[in-house]
Design a protein around this ligand. Sequence first.
Ligand code: GDP
Ligand code: MG
Length: 603
Amino acid sequence: TPLSQIRNFSIVAHIDHGKSTLADRLIQLTNTVAERDMKAQLLDAMDIERERGITIKANTVRIDYTAKDGLHYVLNLIDTPGHVDFAYEVSRSMRAVEGSLLVVDATQGVEAQTLANVYTAIDADHEIVPVLNKIDLPAAEPDRVKEQIEDVIGIEAHDAIEISAKTGLGIPDVLEAIVTRLPSPEGGDPDAPLKAMLVDSWYDPYLGVVVLIRVMDGTIRKGDQIKMMQTGAKYGVDKLGVFRPAMEDVKSLGPGEIGFFTGSIKQVRDTKVGDTITTEKKGCEDPLPGFKPSVPVVFCGLFPVDSSEFEDLRDAIEKLALNDASFSYEMETSAALGFGFRCGFLGLLHLEVIRDRIEREYGIELITTAPSVVYHVYMKAKDGADLELIELHNPADMPDPSKVDHIEEPRIKATILVPDEYLGDVLKLCQDRRGIQLDLTYAGPRAMVVYDLPLNEVVFDFYDRLKSVTKGYASFDYQMEGYREDNLVKMQVLVNDEPVDALSMMVHRDRAEQRGRAMCEKLKDLIPRHMFKIPIQAAIGGKVIARETLSALRKDVTAKCYGGDATRKKKLLEKQKAGKKKMRQFGKVDIPQEAFISALKMD
Ligand code: GDP
Ligand code: MG
């Protein structure tokens, strides 16, 4: 195919605005997939993605389309992940294509992820075609949304295409616009040394690692010996092909083309998104610019509820890591929780997805400790020496504070879009989380606020709080901004005078008392009463800053309540037995699994 008849594009949208449905319609209308094989949201392959309606791994499909000009075009759609945790992957895969369809729900308008994703596309020099979706709904306001796109994003929108991905209305116009309004790839030379970008990779149980690539220059052929320029790894190309969306073999891929190869690559870890692929002999000299590996920013401990399942957990984690290079893990032992793993994630959603998969696909019940960010702890140095930096992944490992010079924490720049009437609550929430307001503007009836916030204040329950104070009407997105010093201390929790490591956390000194009190009150409600009195304390160093006491259980209470009814009593006992499994013993005290998460939520 000549370059002039290739179009590579992605679809950018806020979650639920109809990206996957539109992709399905494009595939369907071009008969890329036989009708009987069509299932909703074809591109969201993994079950969990389908259930949650999110696309995590970038997927791709090659579509053949005969345009109104009578020519045959090859359209390559890359479906990028739609969530902030995967921002780096999104920004890389955007560099593999020349244009984007900007899908905006005509009943909702521009949201935070619309902005974040479209700015990534603009950064990648994309031509953008705005598409207003869901115009079949009575609440659709295409004219207002067009205006909003122009005001807020600053791109031309009068010729936005009005569609319903659900009914199929307007889809032919989208296909024509891809051909007429998006540029073809710039002229690469098929005979030049190979230069291809690694766009994505994943583990396939039959083929090993599958690598998605975009060829910039030169030609890749089956049987080639290739190397990855950043990692230095070398492989033979066993299988080369394209997705339609099922795999279809091809003999070669030339400039402008998107496809995949396999080559007995065992681990996804060996394939870094953004790496440059060339041939081992007569390869290109310079790699593609801007490569940086994505690093985990949120860490937490995962422990099996049933400690005999530790080996099963190890197995599950190793298998998941094969398919997810951005997820890290190492063994951890906790006095309270026994053997488990300290795991690193790109963000909170990433954490949730991995945790859910372990529980569902491997049937292992987990205790998840409080998520923590990575702190930079600078140790005091002898005269003249440089301060030693320790990357603290786990508050339990905090060194002796008297030896610490200062601590830095990661900060983010958060963008929140919210209807006017909730603005006050959002500002208060951000303020409470130690935010610094950077900007406040209006986009029609919505306000857009930009805040500098500590990531640590966001990883836990910020999304939940934001959703609840705005009744779900706010949208949120963030990017990492780097590290800054602050007055941070480790707060410990003692239950019945025993420190519970899994509940340790780093807090700002000024918030410590408040946080400690809230934590003790929560735990008092979460821990069941025992036959003895249980003190619950929060402490910094040796100093107790908050305290609650859980009173002792009177022996006759259960007997009295459930004395008469035999079936009810049996049910209660069964429930207690099930509950018991989810409890962990700390000294003499049983703490239920939920306590580790719930105790850290702030109201
Ligand atoms: P994504 O998160 O951007 O991939 O969004 P989806 O394609 O999963 O769509 C989100 C929801 O909106 C689903 O329930 C779709 O059925 C629905 N939806 C998508 N397009 C339309 C449309 O044009 N009209 C209506 N009424 N619903 C739509
Ligand atoms: Mg989707």
